[in-house]
Structure formats: structure tokens, C-alpha cells
Write a protein that binds this ligand. Sequence first.
Ligand SMILES: [Zn+2]
Ligand SMILES: [Zn+2]
Length: 340
Amino acid sequence: MIRGSSYKSIKGMCVLSINFYSQSDGDVPMRCTEMLRVVFALTIFVCGSLLGMAMPAGALQARTQVVMLGTGNPNPTPDQSGPATAIVVDQQVYLIDAGPGIVRRVEAARLKGIEPFNANSLNKVFLTHLHSDHTLGLPDLMFSPWVSGRTESISVYGPPGTKRMTNHLEEAWSEDIYMRLFGLEPRSSTEGYKASTHEIEGPGLIYSDELVRVYAIPVVHGSWPAAYGYKFETPDRVIVISGDAAPSPILFEACDGCDVLIHEVYSPVGLESRPPEWQRYHRSYHTSTVELAEMAQKSNPKLLVLYHQLLWGVPDNLTDEIEASGYFGRVVSARDLDIF
Ligand SMILES: [Zn+2]
Ligand SMILES: [Zn+2]
């Protein structure tokens, strides 16, 4: 575990090293330049691993990458798409939630170098719950990749009610579907817009293939009868993601030293500006920095990634708030298109 002062000194060394290598290129002989390039790449990789930095695509890569497609929440913050995360293992893509803006964020990530993203690889999504901020991008995910050439249906996993949602979405876009299939548009696949929907009835293993095992973890989210976090086991990493959740011990038990814990969070400082009835709501639906610090201490993830940050106008001092609450592990407040 890297504590505060050690973290800052490692960060300082890394910044100095990266600056040195970046500036050294122009005035050294060729072979030396090549060596510096290798050392530079290694420096980026080691420092990124140590500090939990978002890694530039194309740096030395693990088989599994976590791509933060959208880190937002219901509030329309311009720089944050709605909640959506991709776990990319080799050439396979596993999406968690479908917040508004998801498909355009996928394309931005592809342009940033995440090669497996394409219309056909967007074929699996695991919904944590059916709140609109997590599902407004679902029609986007069903129809846009189809228009771009997806030939097979998309598998949608989610709590009870998901099937009704995907049925209604196909019905809502029925005019568009008809025109694309039977109008002048060059032949579209007759399957690519369809959702193959699987409702999750309880905790445990809900999906597996040759690369991942996915476990549903029931979390507390106010009045919702079913809301899930997920645990992904891949060949080289264990990743746990909360979705929206009030403190849920079962989620932290599932992590138990996992490689990456992606967790929603709110600032109790920001919460003070909210009316009492909203404070009551948020406390029963979400997790504060103070609560997250306490839970993470017991769970000890190698990297804690914050998303779905609720700030209500205060600056993002979430990592400082967590450290001030007694958690000194590696923690990052994620931004859209960060890669871990
Ligand atoms: Zn939400
Ligand atoms: Zn929610």
C-alpha cells in the first residue's frame, strides 16, 4: 500500500523522470535515443501502475483494460457522459451500464487507441439497475452499432424489468427499424438491432466465457428491489464495480484485495447544500467519501477508482476527503476516457 507521503514522493520522481525523457530526445545519439524511448515507455508503465494513473492507450498493456466511458450521474455535467464502463479483455468488450452518450464515448475511446471497439464488439451490456441515468444510452447501444454494421443481436443482462424495457425500445423505434430494413438503405442485418435479454434473479455467476466470469452482487440502492454491482474475473485481473449503491458490505467482501474497485461516491461537503429531503434520499441511495474510506479499508483494493461523483457544486476534492477519512490506499477520481 502506498501511503500519502510515499505516494507524493513516487509521484514527484515519476514526473521528473518523464520530463527528463521527454526533453532528452533531440540532442543525443540515435542508439541512446532508442534506449531512452524504451526506458520512457517502462517509466510510464511502472509509474502508471504504482500511482493508479490512467494509462495512455498503446503503452505496455495488460490483457485487461478498464475504460471509463462515462463517469457522470443524472446531472448534465458537460464533460461527463452518463455512467458507462467498458472492461476490455484481449479483443472482447464487456460494457457495464449504458448512460447517455455511450456510443460516442466508445468511438472517442477507439480513436484514442482502444482497437477492440467496433460495431460488432458492442454486443454485451450488464445493467446495474434501471435508473434512467444508467439506461438512457440503451437505445443508442441497440440501434447505432446496428446502423454501423453490427450483424448479431446484443445481449443485455439486468435486473427484473430489463426485458420489458428492451421490448418497449424495439417497439418505440419500430418505424426506424422498418425503414432501415425495407427502405432504400442498403441491406441492414435483420438481427443487429435486437436485444437478447437475460434478467438476473439473484446473486452469483451470471455469465462466463473463455475470458471472463461475471458475478452479480446485490447492492443497497434506496427503494430499488434489485440493483447489482458486478465482479469480473479475467485472466489477469479481478475488477469489482458498484453501480449505484449505498454502503454495501457484500460488495467490499467480493473485492477483498481485488485489482480495481470502481465505486460511486458523493461529497458530504456538497451534500450540505441540498434540502433535507434530498439529503435523506442521497444518504439511503449513495455512498459518501467518509463511508467509502471506512469500507475500502476493510476491502483493500489495489486501486480504488471513483466515478458517478456527486459534488453539487463543490470542487472535486474527493481523494483528499477519502484520505482525510483514514484511507491511504491508491485512489483516483476518474474522468471520461480514463483507462486503467
Ligand atoms: Zn446513477
Ligand atoms: Zn441509481
